[in-house]
Design a protein around this ligand. Structure first.
Ligand code: ADP
Length: 311
């Protein structure tokens, strides 16, 4: 494991960071807020903690994330191993994940449609970047889209000022920054086969999985586009669970039926435009070749946002 760690990501000394409160729990351990001191500067960060013996995915995640720099992909500072624990230090996203964030706001302070579409545009940009890097994410979902207050600054001093000033208004007027996270399941695309195999034993996010992914465990850009379509539906619905009335087993039966009419299950709400709902239906086309690319999706979102701006 340690050898893998050295290959995969920048080592960080245990004395260079402090763990503050726990902010979430993942499949392999806890996620905490913390402070890291690097290059003469203290920054707020998120710290994923896992046990050394279940740290394989976190090492892969760290290796993949650390080699990327994109505004819409969560950045990794580095990894630390100490007393049997592995710590993965990540850029901090103060608003948490999109699913919880939108669900918590939906009653009191509904997020405007334009903002939600701008979040989706950013997710599509992050996914296009991963695609250009030949990475298949394999677990894109609203829970794995993290949000950051616009203009937030994670340096400790400025953070305290910014958080109070921007938190409420900025979110309603301007979109938060959206970042693709949780690359624990991500894999490099096999150049020869255009597919990467999904492990049959891992816990699978079936509600976000394309039919061909469920049937023979194949994942590629088109299966990420399907999952993006489901993510778009979740975000527009303020974090509702896709196929909520069905059990996982029933979802599998449903999604593998070629005569599936997905609009019966991922329903359009009255205030959604036909344009935006069309994107969800295109992404969830049964045939992978009928789905759009992330490039096409970015163009669609940009056009829709521009048109909304004119209203
Ligand atoms: P796992 O991959 O182990 O399932 P996740 O990456 O999904 O863990 O993280 C679990 C939760 O922790 C997320 O839903 C989110 O609320 C929080 N979280 C994770 N990473 C960050 C981060 N970089 N900034 C802020 N919150 C985060």
């Amino acid at each position: 494991v340690l050898r893998e760690m050295q290959k995969s990501a920048k080592p960080i000394d245990r004395d260079s960071f402090t763990i503050l409160e726990c902010i979430g729990s993942g499949q392999f351990g806890t996620v905490n807020k913390g402070v890291v001191f690097l290059e003469n500067q203290s920054s707020i960060c998120a710290i994923k903690v896992t046990k050394m013996d279940s740290g394989d995915d976190i090492l892969k995640e760290a290796g993949i994330m650390q080699s990327f720099t994109h505004a819409n992909v969560v950045r990794a500072f580095g990894l630390c191993s100490d007393s049997g624990d592995i710590f993965l230090l990540l850029e901090f996203c103060d608003l948490g994940d999109a699913q919880h964030h939108l669900a918590s706001l939906s009653q009191s302070d509904p997020v405007p449609m334009r903002i939600k579409i701008m979040i989706l545009e950013q997710v599509a940009c992050g996914m296009k970047y991963l695609d250009d890097m030949k990475i298949v994410h394999r677990d894109i979902a609203a829970r794995n889209v993290l949000l950051q207050t616009p203009n937030s600054h994670n340096s400790v001093v400025r953070y305290k000022v910014c958080i109070a000033y921007f938190l409420h208004n900025a979110f309603l007027c301007r979109p938060p920054r959206a970042k693709v996270s949780d690359l624990g399941l991500a894999r490099e695309l096999d150049e020869h086969s255009q597919y990467t195999k999904t492990s049959q034993s891992a816990q699978l996010p079936v509600r976000w999985m394309a039919p061909e992914n469920i049937m023979d465990f194949k994942a590629n850009q088109a299966t990420d586009v399907w999952a993006f379509g489901i993510t778009a539906w979740e975000i527009l619905s303020n974090g509702m669970m896709p196929f909520e009335s069905l059990k996982n087993k029933e979802v599998i039966v449903l999604l593998t039926n070629p005569n599936l009419n997905i609009s019966t299950y991922l329903m359009k709400q009255d205030h959604w435009s036909d344009d935006i709902y069309r994107i969800i239906l295109d992404c969830t086309a049964f045939e992978p070749d009928d789905r759009p690319s992330f490039d096409m999706l970015i163009n669609d979102f940009t056009r829709i946002v521009r048109n909304l701006g004119r209203l």
